[in-house]
Ligand binder design. Structure first.
Ligand SMILES: CN1CCN(Cc2ccc(Cn3ccc4ccc(-c5n[nH]c(N)c5C#N)cc43)cc2)CC1
Length: 247
């Protein structure tokens, strides 16, 4: 999977060198390139922003550098076509399902905006030759797209086959398709069996896999009811057995 990131702060992406993502890159599972948008400026001050037409606070990212950057990173003559993913407060909510969709794609280009955003004509022109997705991480306001892209790359990359050593660990994720979809994950425990007089629930030490699965589902239902009751409304009633309904 090829990932290209265009930003005025390339240093934000140093974390992509460490941990799982670093290993995945070294294993050739991920081909990640970070590009400095200012490489496509031609003035002495390497200008990427200007005042907004129509007035208003702040600055807007100029279209020219973005146009040249996208031409260079994803040339119209390229054999493959990337999906352009642009984080923005006004985008579609980023979800685990979107992460899974993106993880199945061969090439993503991430455009990290700053200031009050990127001139709209950049989106419109790019959309003439590649799919453009505007995506939001949630109902809060960041100062730019870099942190959002880091979050999305981590969520997407862990779903790429081979990146996570133990594939099973994604099947029980919150929001993962299947039985746990729309449920938050339950509590987890490891050794020691007792820590500061707090014991691990007996069922987890019982070796009784059916009882353990039941306990985990009950805990997931309880946590979802407590923290995200609206997710329970999404559950297919057929997926709930009579025991679930008592939780
Ligand atoms: C007049 N007002 C009208 C409202 N706008 C709104 C606004 C526009 C940009 C920014 C800063 N910014 C620049 C690029 C960029 C990318 C992502 C995000 C982002 N924030 N929150 C998420 N979940 C994000 C994601 N993903 C923020 C970004 C902040 C606030 C301001 C001007």
């Amino acid at each position: 999977m090829r990932l290209d990131i265009i930003t005025i702060f390339p240093e934000y992406f140093a974390p992509l060198e460490v941990s799982l993502l670093g290993k995945a890159r070294r294993a050739g599972l991920l081909d990640v390139s970070v590009h400095d948008l200012r490489s496509w400026t031609h003035d002495r001050h390497r200008t990427v922003d200007d005042t907004p037409y129509g007035g208003g606070p702040g600055m807007v990212m100029k279209p020219e550098p973005w146009g040249e950057a996208l031409d260079a990173v994803a040339p119209p003559t390229a054999e493959a076509t990337p999906r352009l993913v642009v984080p923005t407060p006004s985008g579609r909510p980023f979800t685990q399902a979107m992460a899974a969709e993106y993880a199945a794609r061969p090439w993503l280009v991430f455009a990290c905006g700053r200031y009050e955003g990127i001139d709209r004509r950049v989106y419109d022109e790019a959309a003439t030759r590649m799919p453009v997705d505007e995506v939001s991480l949630g109902d809060f306001v960041l100062a730019g797209g870099e942190v959002a892209v880091l979050v999305m790359i981590e969520a997407i990359s862990r779903l790429v086959p081979g990146v996570l050593g133990n594939r099973e660990s994604v099947t029980d994720d919150s929001f993962a398709p299947g039985a746990m979809e729309s449920l938050l994950e339950g509590p987890v425990y490891t050794k020691p069996p007792v820590w500061r007089e707090r014991a691990v629930p007996d069922v987890l030490l019982s070796g009784h896999h059916g009882a353990i699965a039941r306990w985990r589902r009950d805990e997931a239902l309880r946590r979802t009811a407590a923290h995200r009751p609206e997710l329970l409304a999404r559950l297919d009633p057929a997926a709930l057995d009579k025991h679930d309904r008592k939780v």
